[in-house]
Design a protein around this ligand. Sequence first.
Ligand code: FES
Length: 571
Amino acid sequence: MTTELRSAQWYAGDDRNAYIHRAWMRRGTPADAFGRPQIAIANTASDLTPCNAHLTEVARSVRDGVLAAGGTPLELPVMSLGETQVRPTAMLWRNLAAMAMEEMFRANPIDGLVLLGGCDKTIPSLVMAASSVDLPAVVVPGGPMLTGTFRGVALGCGTDVWRLSEEVRGGTLSTDDFIESESAMIRSRGHCNTMGTASTMGLLAEALGLVPAGLAGTPAPDSRLLAGAHEAGRLAVDLVAVQRRPSDVLTRASFHNAIVTLAAIGGSTNAVVHLLAIAGRVGVGLTLDDFDRIGSDVPVLVDLQPAGRFLMDDLHRAGGLRAVLREVRDLLDPSAMTVTGRSLVDGLDDALVWDDAVIRRRSDPVLAHGGIAVLRGSLAPDGAVIKPAAASAELLRHRGRALVCDSSAGFQHRADDPDLDVDADTVLVPRGCGPRGYPGMPEVANLPLPRKLLAAGVRDMVRVCDGRMSGTAYGTVVLHVAPEAAAGGPLALVRTGDPIVLDVPARRIDVDVPAGELARRVPDPATTAAFAAPTRGWERLYVDHVRQADTGADLDFLIGSSGSAVARESH
Ligand code: FES
């Protein structure tokens, strides 16, 4: 078997280079460890990524599984991104993390991978990297935290931060009470417990076929996560033996199933950008329109915050992802294969719903048509998205005058101005928040509502933005407008007072200004000044090469795969 392993290119033989590769790895390792599958455990644990800090313990279970199956486990710390800590936005670094991981996977004597992620960007970057190097790989999602409570009420991570902070601004909650809730928000290890981006991407990794059935969504403190991690370690050794690679698993059928799942779980809009980027790495021609075509009529069945009431440990208790998949089995593509070699739909008969308040039946959905809607129009020629499940039904058809914000941070101050010229029909237009403009496409689209409207009882307004929104947030927010303002999109030409028309049923987002007049306009100098390009470093490389949101916001030179071959030696 030795010569069949990729790692044998480093370790086999009796020449000087093989000697060097083996000798420095010895350190008590038995000689026969080099003839076994070398399984890297790509670990995104970091004290600065608190949602992933427990993954080192998870890695130990993976390690035991690899050893039990006859492989050699190798823990590989990789770039980690803590969503709440990294400025200006973790999304700026997703492609850098993916690029760094890909290069290290390729450069090292590795036969297979176990990918440990959790917090928002970590699973997407791991999967993008593994796809481009195309080594056998299995994902272990780190899992959500348990539900914290404050004064007897469950707290949803993220979602309740937005809600409570708006209550302070609206005068219905004291600042002291707000601060007191802070220590109750994060009850345990694990990532956000709402159906935010981390929960969504963990579940979608399983829907794509990259996670052993039933493991995604297991709460981080649950001992079954460690048992699943052990099994994933064993599976990685098997994957090397049969040479089952991401390119075998990530097919059009698996992306179809991920889009159905995204809708049924009421998942994060950020998944659109990540799935498009992953598809780009494996050469599946996924488009923005596929999300509307496949997903928009799929009912939302999972009643989780921010679209609903419950939290991730409720979903796990109610039967988890497998039970959700059983409910929408007729919408899934049965041809999609998983890392186990079985179809995603295999065994779904056994996946029962234990609490149909959390996982609703098809006859009683949270929302009948809940998938992502893709909008086009004079404001978004290349597309924009909205999540109807997180929006206000009465605002899905709306006309109002624009209030343009060239700086989302600046608007935070203006929002409290009692003289701000705004009413409940106003459409807030934060721009300069796209991949190039910010740069990094931050989660600022759900601008805070003006204080005077909050005080009057307004709880939602239409917002239109070229940036993203946290998966834990809610509101009638048109997101990912492409092209973005900084790339010459018409969003840059909108002026305060222009009528904005949103018509989600007709899939339109328009500025009601004659086309000729719009074409004659030039962007305001204040707008273009905000797009000054960075002069050096990663930000410079990113701005020069990032693609627009409608294709996944990957770098143009990272699209596709380079495989795992490295012909040249190091000494
Ligand atoms: Fe890490 Fe929410 S901040 S998942």
